[in-house]
Design a protein. Structure first.
Length: 365
């Protein structure tokens, strides 16, 4: 009897793989989907082509005044001629190197921690958490080691946006974790305080918080004590976002199976050791999307500091648009602001997805 020979495996049909397969599955799977895809494609192209033509083909990029904008497209001269002001605000031009150094060190530290297989991550973490804040303050504010003092009312532009966002993120996360643990505490006083704190701050608009921090906070301290306006804004934003962060972390703590708590008790671990070594790592891993979503919301909310007279990126662009020499170029200004915010928010979103995949242990529910 002739021995059976298995048939050779054949590649999948071309119509079901690659670009053609994706188009057939997602856009042309039925006559109705095909018609809708063609209609939407026509609308997108009819809008996209003029936008590209305006933003790139007919755009003017270099010059010193609006007289350089003669092609009929976007006048990016408005952005390039005021780029330093949009980035550094009213910071002295001779001291720009201090801002650059600060954010280069921050970016290098974050990159070192994010890239896999690099040595000394523990020491870099210690530097980023405990040393860098003092280095940044000395560089940005000055007044020490022969550096010229630059008051915070001269800070502005994208520099101020990043300062508020970085400080808010770094302070809101640990405070939110403590509030979440306090809300689940078995001690009535601590639990009640955390519940009241979270619900009050989550029920108040951030604009109101900033206004109260700027106007009302000085009324509750002695007259001889003065709080910097930027410091008041940082305190208000941190407390506001920590309440939202606490609810995100609490959701992760509630999602941990009861057996994990029982296992920690069986090992004889104390409360703080069980939380730091078993419970919190799992809860924070599960809530990465919610945590990063709160970070992104904080980053976008930095534009609200205009209400107390701080000129972040959006505010300083709006102020530049009132210059009689540049009237009529608001579109270019707002597109630039939107692009800057999108780059950073999209970067945080993509990194959170990478972190989820990296920490995925195969039993996500």
């Amino acid at each position: 009897m002739e021995k059976f020979k298995p048939l050779p495996s054949l590649p999948a049909p071309v119509k079901t793989t690659g670009i053609i397969g994706w188009l057939r599955t997602n856009l042309f799977s039925s006559p109705l989907n095909s018609v809708m895809s063609l209609i939407l494609g026509y609308i997108v192209l009819s809008l996209l082509i003029p936008a590209i033509n305006w933003a790139f083909v007919k755009a003017d990029w270099f010059g010193t005044s609006r007289d350089a904008c003669t092609s009929g497209g976007a006048c990016w001269v408005f952005i390039t001629s005021r780029f330093s002001q949009f980035i550094y605000g009213f910071y002295p031009e001779t001291e720009y190197w201090r801002v650059d150094t600060t954010f280069v060190v921050l970016a290098a530290s974050l990159a070192w921690l994010m890239i896999n297989h690099l040595p000394w991550k523990k020491w870099v973490s210690i530097f980023a958490v405990f040393v860098f804040p003092f280095v940044a303050y000395v560089l940005l504010h000055g007044g020490h080691f022969g550096l010229m003092e630059v008051e915070t009312h001269r800070w502005g532009g994208f520099m101020l946006t990043l300062v508020i966002a970085v400080v808010g993120i770094a302070a809101a996360l640990p405070l939110g974790i403590l509030l979440a643990l306090g809300r689940r505490s078995q001690m009535p006083v601590i639990k009640s305080f955390c519940v009241v704190f979270i619900e009050v701050w989550r029920g108040v608009p951030l604009i109101t918080v900033l206004f109260m921090a700027s106007v009302m906070l000085p009324l509750f301290v002695p007259q001889d004590i003065t709080f910097d306006k930027l410091l008041r804004a940082l305190i208000g934003i941190t407390l506001f976002q920590s309440a939202y962060m606490a609810e995100v972390v609490r959701g992760g703590l509630q999602a941990i199976p009861k057996g994990q708590y029982e296992a920690a008790d069986a090992l004889g671990l104390s409360y703080w050791r069980s939380m730091s070594m078993i419970i919190l790592p799992q809860a924070l891993k599960m809530m990465i999307p919610g945590i990063v979503n709160t970070f992104i919301a904080l980053f976008k909310d930095t534009s609200l500091v205009l209400i107390i007279g701080l000129f972040d990126l959006l505010a300083i662009v709006q102020a530049a648009l009132t210059d009689p020499k540049w009237l009529g170029f608001s579109t270019e200004g707002y597109v630039f602001v939107a692009l800057m915010f999108w780059v950073f928010c999209f970067g945080m979103s993509r990194y959170s997805q990478h972190l989820e995949r990296k920490l995925h242990t195969g039993h996500k529910r």
